[in-house]
Write a protein that binds this ligand. Structure first.
Ligand code: MCA
Ligand code: AMP
Length: 485
């Protein structure tokens, strides 16, 4: 069992290797000691402003040193961090801020206007902060079972649910990940994923500070910059969603030079097609390691560091974790190669959804297996394959979009009588959002509808295609038959 929390591990590294580089951002290098000082200042500031243990601090920030130091500082001060995607607009923000009721929201001045309408008092702090703070570095083992992070993940009702991850589950996760992938203090991760999701934060950043390693953090994925950084030979690892690998392949076709081998390329958050994986291997000379995770559990299964990385599969459970396939109705475990729903169990699994006792109880079996809602099978030699989803979900470029959420916004439009939202295969994003709309307003314009969605929801949720129909296909019970769309 893991008895150290992430913060404790980070502080140990700060003590042992204070001058080692921890994060590089926009050509500036921050050592472990630098990040510790910045995090301590945030912890002190939050404490000075009255933050109590267990109270929530929401981060509405893009990637950067401010995110990292406020994140570590809030946890160091005993707070729970609420992660917010910076693409979120009023509809999503209002829901999250009401549900999580954070004591503080840390954001940038350019985002104040999004928050202002939501009845939050705005105070501007100078960054970096300079309030001294020194907490003992060993107290965290006492609150390992308290919630470290609340991460919102879309619910089937269209409203996101706050998945509560404890210090213990985060530590169990990162210990398994670093072990499975042989992550050492010599590693330098090229980190371009958003930190407000667990792929970037719980895998990329946590792994870095758990291993006492370093990362090169970018504001976002920009294919030319990433290709150039890979060419430099400096990063030893790169983590991406399949869209990023597809774009890197297109970029390689335009370049004369190919990057030297990295220690490890990892893909996740959405299915990596066997075609992309094999094409990447042909062009870049090495095979991507595909793994499978979700917000509620962070990481579940992985292809091996050494051994066969089997295309189209997500590998086997991480060390100290369990996974199985059960029948979707009887919930009984299935033999190898039979299709069912994937369930996982272990210390890495979350503690439930905030303010949702029923949904939290429903997603666990009495003996502690978490029902992932992902359909799949397992081979006789233990490799898992994801074949579909029991939950209605569109995954576009690694971002989750619940059709219901987009339908609810479109249905409120005065000119729309009926609407159904479905995912369509997309060469870049894997899947893309398509809305089938019934309207009696002949002047209704596609661009106006898209703008309407963007004003209400994160832009990546907007439909990429809008199809007008006279009616929607419905079954005898009146339910829209989406497979016919
Ligand atoms: C951006 N846009 C998108 C997406 N991303 N549209 C559909 N799907 C997307 N994924 C839209 C923007 O709204 C904007 O529209 C326009 O594209 C340009 O925005 P930009 O940010 O420049 O886009 P991009 O460079 O094309 O971004 C693609 C991306 C990004 C780099 C692949 O989507 C990304 O970083 N994805 C990673 C998501 C991730 O980390 N997921 C992990 C969650 P407009 O101009 O109209 O406003 S899952 C997880 O955490 C679990 C643990 C797991 O298993 O990993
Ligand atoms: P999220 O709720 O944003 O954490 O998304 C988690 C979902 O992403 C999972 O339940 C899966 O449906 C999907 N996912 C993550 N990794 C993979 C993968 N390697 N292959 C297929 N689907 C994946």
């Amino acid at each position: 069992m893991i008895s150290t929390s992430l913060i404790e591990k980070f502080l140990q590294h700060c003590q042992q290797t204070p001058d080692k580089r921890c994060v590089v951002f926009e050509s500036q290098t921050y050592s472990y000691a630098d990040i510790r000082t910045m995090a301590a200042a945030w912890a002190g500031e939050l404490r000075a402003r009255g933050l109590q243990r267990g109270e929530r601090v929401a981060l509405f920030l893009d990637n950067g040193p401010k995110f990292i130091s406020a994140y570590l500082g809030a946890q160091w001060a005993g707070g729970t961090v609420v992660l917010i995607n910076t693409a979120y607009r009023q509809t999503e923000l209002r829901h999250i801020l009401r549900d999580a009721a954070p004591r503080f929201v840390v954001t940038d001045p350019q985002r104040n206007h999004e928050i202002k309408n939501l009845e939050f008092k705005i105070e501007n702090l100078e960054f970096p902060l300079a309030v001294p703070f020194d907490f003992p570095s060993t107290i965290f083992s006492q609150f390992c079972d308290e919630v470290a992070i609340i991460a919102y993940t879309s619910g089937t009702t269209g409203k996101a649910k706050g998945a509560m991850l404890t210090h213990r589950s985060l530590a169990a996760n990162v210990a398994s990940v670093t072990e499975a992938w042989g992550w050492t203090s010599d590693d330098h991760l090229l980190l371009v994923l958003p930190l407000f999701h667990l792929h970037g934060l719980g895998v990329g950043f946590h792994g870095t500070i758990w291993a006492g390693a370093s990362c090169e953090l970018h504001p976002h994925f920009e294919v030319k910059t990433v290709y150039n950084r890979l060419l430099s030979g400096e990063p030893t690892m790169f983590f991406g969603v399949p869209t990023m690998y597809g774009r890197l392949l297109n970029e390689a076709a335009k370049r004369d030079q190919k990057p030297p081998n990295l220690r490890l390329y990892v893909s996740g958050s959405a299915a990596l097609s066997a075609d992309t994986m094999l094409a990447f291997e042909r062009v870049f000379g090495q095979r991507i390691l595909e793994r499978y995770g979700m917000t509620e559990t962070v990481m579940n299964t992985t292809n091996p560091l050494y051994g066969e990385r089997r295309p189209g599969t997500v590998g086997q459970p991480f060390p100290r974790q369990e996974a199985r396939v059960v029948h979707v109705h009887t919930r009984q475990p299935l033999p190898a190669d039979e299709d069912g729903e994937i369930e996982v169990r272990g210390a890495h699994v979350f503690a439930g959804y905030l303010n949702q006792p029923e949904a939290s109880a429903e997603c666990f079996t009495p003996d502690g297996w978490f029902k992932t809602g992902d359909l799949g099978r397992v081979s006789a030699d233990g490799y898992f394959t994801i074949t579909g989803r029991a939950k209605e979900l569109i995954i576009s470029g690694g971002f989750n979009i619940y059709p219901r959420e987009v339908e609810e916004v479109l249905a409120m439009h005065p000119s729309i009588a009926e609407v159904a939202v479905v995912g369509r295969p997309d060469p870049d994003f894997g899947e893309s959002v398509t809305a089938v709309v019934v309207s009696h307003d002949a002047t209704l314009n596609v661009d106006d509808l898209i703008t309407y969605c963007k004003n209400n929801l994160a832009s990546y949720k907007k439909p990429r295609h809008i199809i007008f129909a006279n009616s929607l296909p419905r079954n005898a019970l009146g339910k829209v038959q989406k497979h016919l769309l």
